[in-house]
Write a protein that binds this ligand. Structure first.
Ligand code: SF4
Length: 338
């Protein structure tokens, strides 16, 4: 039996570990106290509103496998090629020796306090899409004075497609997430006015466009093409928004009870650190694959593989498919390396 290290117990790590464990021993490293923390933060997933906790349960059940050793609270700090094998070093200095390594260290969300002009962390009525997901999950959508908001405004592209934040790329998932969350807010607050401010709406996936249409026709979500330049607080603790309607070419002001910042995806700290240490660091801190088309799970280092959103922003669906492809690539490598 060969030994493989999978670094990161998110959906990519668990899916690939469960496939690799059919014929190999897998050490699955996770630096936090729970697996799948990014999924467990969510209530429902787009575009079909499937329950995030059911998907997490289904992935977690794959860990019941005697060939998978899940190590929680175990942060990998170095990966070193050691003759024909790889040495993994954890934070406590312990070494593990394996035949191949699969990095699935994932993403983190953009820290909205970096956009000070939008008031996150300053005004209680400004929240992120991650906060909103929890509000939806616990059915507790409230404004800064703990009342049901009458007007909710979503702002797209926070920390993505933005020179100032250093992230010129599109995070791919936040357009459809805003549409999904707006519908969920409508279901909980049937009387509220709901607006989405967007640069352009990227409804690229299956059923995304239909969801966008439905949001307008059935749920009365209103769309404004424009950028919010500043948010501040009013005397009655509402949020005053300054924006430009870029379709009409006019400046505008609006007050809202809740401003939701749709924060983009960034490479996680683990992805940045390990990418640098292994010499596979690419643009924006994501890891670089050998070639984007035919070898998108391989790296420039033999026996070192990557999968999931440590490569670029991805949906959970894409992550799972990528993890399966990565497991196949690792299996091929181990066969050829025998
Ligand atoms: S998916 Fe939409 S909201 Fe997210 S960065 Fe791309 S265009 Fe902006």
């Amino acid at each position: 039996m060969r030994k493989i290290a999978v670094i990161g117990a998110g959906p990519a790590g668990i899916e690939s570990a469960s496939i690799l464990a059919r014929e190999n021993e897998v050490l699955l490293f996770e630096k936090s106290a729970t697996a799948l923390s990014n999924i467990l933060d969510k209530a429902y997933l787009f575009p079909d509103f499937s329950s995030a906790s059911e998907i997490a349960d289904s992935l977690n059940s794959k860990l019941i496998n005697e060939n998978i050793k899940l190590m929680l609270n175990t942060e990998v700090v170095d990966i070193v090629r050691n003759d024909s094998e790889w040495k993994i070093v954890d934070k406590s200095g312990k070494n593990y020796f394996v035949d191949a390594v699969l990095v699935t260290t994932g993403y983190q969300t953009f820290d909205a306090t970096r956009k000070e002009e939008l008031g996150y962390g300053i005004y209680k009525g400004v929240v992120t899409s991650i906060d909103m997901e929890r509000m939806i999950k616990y059915n507790q959508i409230v404004n800064s004075i703990n009342e049901s908001p009458k007007r909710v405004v979503f702002l797209q592209c926070v920390g993505s497609r933005d020179e100032k934040s250093g992230n010129r790329y599109c995070s791919k998932v936040c357009c459809v997430t805003a549409v999904k969350q707006a519908i969920e807010v409508r279901k909980i607050l049937p009387e509220a006015e709901i607006y989405i401010f967007y640069m352009d709406l990227r409804m690229w996936g299956q059923h995304f466009e239909e969801l966008y249409r439905e949001s307008q026709e059935k749920y009365d979500i209103r769309y404004v093409r424009g950028r919010i330049s500043e948010a501040s607080s009013t005397f009655d603790r509402k949020i005053q928004i300054k924006a430009e309607d870029t379709l009409l070419g006019v400046p505008m002001k609006m007050t809202a009870d809740l401003l939701v910042l749709m924060v983009g995806m960034e490479a996680s700290c683990g992805t940045r650190d390990l990418g640098k240490k292994c010499g596979i660091d690419g643009e924006y801190g994501y890891v670089k694959t050998a070639t984007p088309h035919l070898c998108d799970n391989e790296t420039s280092e033999k026996g070192l593989f990557v999968a999931g959103s440590c490569k670029r922003p991805m949906t959970i669906n894409d992550v799972i498919n990528d993890a399966r492809a990565a497991a196949w690539s690792v299996g091929e490598y181990l066969q050829s390396d025998k």
